[in-house]
Design a protein around this ligand. Structure first.
Ligand SMILES: O=C(O)CCC(=O)C(=O)O
Ligand SMILES: [Fe+2]
Length: 435
């Protein structure tokens, strides 16, 4: 419980090391040498063919299996040539700046280039420019003559970015505010009241879970609540009884957000030219709510609230207030998503990219923190039932548009996605299913 960011973050001047995003001290180069490997992994190929032949082969196999690395001596490349080459490169780097300038390039496609390493730390750069291309779509205009134009707008946004915002969407402002305030109240409850809900057990099978989290081994600056909303009756008993109106408010919110999600999925059907209701039943059966609380952070540039990812669901609907924090990855950089009170940010998620046969993009996004105010976001994931088979819609596959993804069971995808969240090699689950 004392691990919750909200429990300790308000009195500190600097960020603890294990929150410094994706570059913790233990993997930071410089000053942290471990002891050297023993010489016995040096292999002398000159002995191959002689009476030590079998032993050498055995040592190569063992070193390759254990370390993937060994050294060779007496290998046939002359010491003079090696020294010469080493000296030449030392001389190159020691040349005058003007002499080297001709070779310097940041263009990755150049066949020869002198360059410097960049700092790849995904800093939570709060000052990122705002993305101007995310349309804000007024759903009240759908009833009139603008319908076709609106669907075109949604489709264009989904093809390019996988993200758009909707206003006048039918979920009442009162209900949105009430739900937001309820979660703020939850996160602000005294530690003793929250303690009974706290769990580090990630296997709660969709029941209510209150936790703080890490991604790829580095802690993220947030505490979260997560549970299934639909099917409702199997899960509502696990929802908290404090704040007092939790079950009543969250139930009403889930019902309204579900209606909106089905409306948007039908607009996407229209845009894709597949039958209305295609995403009904199994493909949108599971509904989960994930609520994040990002306390103010004294050094927002060193941490992230949520690291870069695409959502594993079908569609995601995100409510934020007027506090900035969500970013989208576009054109090689992170750009801010403008917070619009009472709008929903709609993300195309992985399963829609597959079912649309790659026509729609699963949005890559993340959340940054800030030094001044806490931010709360309410994230609804609409997903297929775990047993659903996911594959590109038949109507979107043809001789000229071949199938781009294998078919799979949603449960398998989800399990791999969860494992990949902790994979330091930045594995993306969707790539593994591309044909
Ligand atoms: O809090 C946010 O704005 C983003 C949260 C998010 O991307 C997620 O929970 O998947
Ligand atoms: Fe997300």
């Amino acid at each position: 419980m004392s691990i919750l960011v909200s429990s300790w973050s308000n009195n500190i001047q600097s960020v603890p090391e294990n929150y410094c995003m994706f570059f913790p001290e233990k993997i930071r180069p410089g000053g942290h040498y471990s002891s050297c490997m023993q010489q016995h992994s040096n292999i002398d190929p000159a002995q191959v063919g002689g009476h030590d032949h079998d032993e050498i082969i055995h040592r190569i196999r063992k070193a390759s299996k254990d370390f993937g690395l060994f050294q060779v001596i007496n290998h046939g490349v002359s010491e003079e040539l090696m020294d010469d080459t080493m000296s030449l490169f030392k001389e190159f780097f020691d040349m005058h700046v003007e002499d080297k300038a001709a070779y310097y390039s940041e263009d990755l496609t150049k066949s020869y280039r002198l360059y410097t390493g960049e700092d790849k730390r995904p800093r939570g750069d709060v000052a990122a420019p705002v993305c101007k291309d995310i349309p804000v779509i007024d759903l009240s205009r759908l009833a009139g003559l603008d319908r076709v134009e609106i669907i075109q707008l949604i489709m264009k946004a989904n093809m390019d970015l996988g993200m758009f915002q909707v206003i006048n969407h039918g979920v009442s402002e009162e209900l949105m505010d009430e739900t937001m305030n309820l979660f703020k109240e939850f996160f602000n409850m005294p530690a003793e009241d929250k303690a009974m809900y706290y769990s580090e057990d990630g296997t709660s099978k969709g029941n209510f879970r209150f936790y703080t989290s890490s991604m790829k081994g580095v802690n993220t600056w947030k505490d979260s609540v997560r549970h299934i909303c639909e099917p409702l009756e199997d899960n509502i008993q696990s929802w908290p009884e404090k704040p007092a109106r939790y079950r009543e408010v969250v139930r009403a919110y889930s019902v309204e957000v579900r209606k909106l999600s089905l409306r948007i999925l039908d607009l996407i059907c229209e845009g894709l030219g597949i039958q209305l209701g295609y995403f009904g039943d199994g493909l949108s059966q599971l509904q989960e709510l994930l609520v994040h609380n990002y306390p103010p952070c004294p050094e927002p540039g060193l941490v992230l609230g949520v690291g870069g990812h695409t959502d594993p669901s079908l569609l995601t609907l995100l409510q934020q207030q007027d506090v900035y924090g969500l970013q989208i990855f576009k054109g090689g950089q992170w750009l801010g998503v403008e917070p619009i009170p009472h709008a929903f940010v709609i993300n195309i998620s992985d399963q829609l990219e597959v079912i649309s046969n790659g026509k729609l993009k699963s949005a890559r996004h993340r959340a940054v923190t800030n030094a001044d105010v806490a931010r709360t976001s309410l994230v609804t994931f609409i997903s297929p039932s775990l047993e659903s088979i996911i594959e590109p819609a038949k109507a979107l596959v043809s001789a000229s548009e071949p199938q781009l993804f294998k078919s799979f069971r949603f449960k398998e995808y989800r399990d791999i996605y969860i494992a990949n969240l902790q994979d330091p090699n930045d594995a993306t689950t969707l790539d593994a299913y591309k044909l």
